[in-house]
Design a protein around this ligand. Structure first.
Ligand SMILES: NC(=[NH2+])NCCC[C@H](N)C(=O)O
Length: 411
């Protein structure tokens, strides 16, 4: 077992990875809550679990240790009664419950369970009909709160373990998530990082106590010194600049370059990794829909500042040029999702055709349904492991989104 974190690339052989097996939370999505819960449909849980187990098996068969974050959370919270209590208090407070009847009843209900059941329940959500709380507050009887059937909403996005945090180098960012539906997920990461013995002493580049937001799907480790970050629906330019400064300042960091890439702000492309992933030293997938009509795109190379400036920023509008520059490459192979076809590319992107998980240089895991992109990848010499995707894809995330590497071999 490797302790701590080692992720100095997107492509080094994958040795350990964090997953979350979709559970009862997925069955707590309804047509009315779907949008707030960031889903476009309701997956069939039994099949989603089968598909997820298959995905995990492919990773194990190829030499990766699979760790389930829900298990690590139980181990971390079981370290002491106090840790468990603080976690619950914070969770409830962040949901807006402060000392008072509901707070106390929820606390009693959840802390009366085994830690495993409690964690499972927190993912699944706590329905109002599970507790018999006699309340006479107006918010329980009128307005939008009264319509909500949950005291604690389900966390159906939790199987996208990529997003609540990001492993970068020897450390992590623990992320302030954009939407309330996902904010509790990074609280779970925070407790795992702080209290699980496996992660003792791990540097935290940026914690979740910020007002500016960032999500792991936007954070790509291109090399030991370069991180690419999407300026997206989920990640703001302010967070990127703050994180860049931390990389340049913190002696535990080896990163001296941040490449910010501005992508369209919409649900189909909520993170950079839905339109751009790294496959090999010089190979990437890219969705052509991110380029402006003239083929340009805003990219910004951020470096440590000189002459008292915080940082130095160079603006380039050519992605290929920017990548060559930061990675010191003379040639680059950008492989277009759906072969750039105006129907196939957006169709396959919608189901994460550009979202690949590299498990070694030139070797990836990706959804089977995106067969046009897969064929093209093979023509470009990429070794492809196809995984099942009927139900998992309904959450708008693919193999990279469903995995948080914590150890990769150096390349
Ligand atoms: N790394 C990713 N692209 N993750 C996809 C997350 C999808 C999820 N439904 C959300 O909207 O948050």
């Amino acid at each position: 077992m490797n302790k701590g974190i080692q992720v100095n690339s997107e492509i080094g052989k994958l040795k350990s990875v964090l997953l979350h097996r979709p559970g009862a939370e997925v069955e707590n999505i309804t047509p009315d809550t779907m949008q707030d819960l960031l889903f476009d449909d309701i997956p069939f849980l039994k099949i989603a679990q089968k598909e997820h187990d298959y995905f995990a098996q492919v990773l194990r068969d190829n030499g990766a240790e699979t760790l389930y974050i829900e298990d690590l959370a139980v181990e971390a919270l079981d370290k002491s009664e106090e840790i468990k209590k603080n976690f619950l208090t914070t969770l409830l407070t962040e949901h807006g419950y402060r000392h008072g009847r509901t707070f106390e009843e929820l606390q009693a209900y959840l802390s009366g369970m085994s830690t495993k059941d409690m964690v499972t329940k927190i993912y699944a959500g706590v329905r109002k009909n599970e507790l018999d709380i006699k309340r006479s507050t107006l918010s329980d009887m009128a307005g939008s709160d009264a319509e909500n059937l949950f005291y604690l909403n389900p966390l159906p996005n939790a199987y996208f373990t990529r997003d609540p945090q990001a492993s970068i180098g020897v450390g992590m960012t623990i992320n302030r998530m954009t939407f309330p539906a996902r904010q509790p997920e990074s609280l779970i990461t925070e407790y795992v990082m702080a209290h699980h013995p496996r992660f003792e002493g791990t540097p935290i580049w940026r914690d979740r106590n910020h007002t500016t937001r960032i999500e792991g799907g936007d954070e790509l480790v291109l090399s030991k010194n370069v991180v690419a970050i999407g300026v997206s629906e989920r990640t703001s330019s302010k967070s990127i600049q703050q994180l860049a400064k931390e990389f340049f300042r913190n002696p535990a960091s080896t990163f001296d370059t941040v490449l910010a890439v501005e992508i369209p702000h919409n649900h189909a492309m909520m993170h950079l990794d839905t339109v751009f992933t790294m496959i090999n030293h010089d190979q990437f997938t890219v969705f052509p829909g991110i380029f402006h009509g003239d083929g340009s795109i805003n990219t910004f190379i951020i470096k440590p500042g000189k002459d008292g400036e915080e940082v130095e920023i160079e603006h380039l509008t050519d992605l290929e040029k920017a990548l060559k520059k930061v990675l010191n490459l003379s040639e680059l192979d950008l492989i277009e999702c759906g072969n750039g076809d105006p129907i196939v590319a957006p169709r396959e992107q919608w189901n994460d055709g550009s979202n690949t998980l590299a498990i070694a240089p030139g070797e990836i895991v990706t959804y089977d349904r995106n067969y046009v992109t897969i064929e093209l990848l093979k023509q470009h010499g990429v070794k492809v492991h196809e995984i099942l995707s009927s139900e998992l894809a309904r959450g708008r995330g693919g193999a990279r989104c469903m995995s948080q590497p914590i150890w990769r071999d150096e390349i």
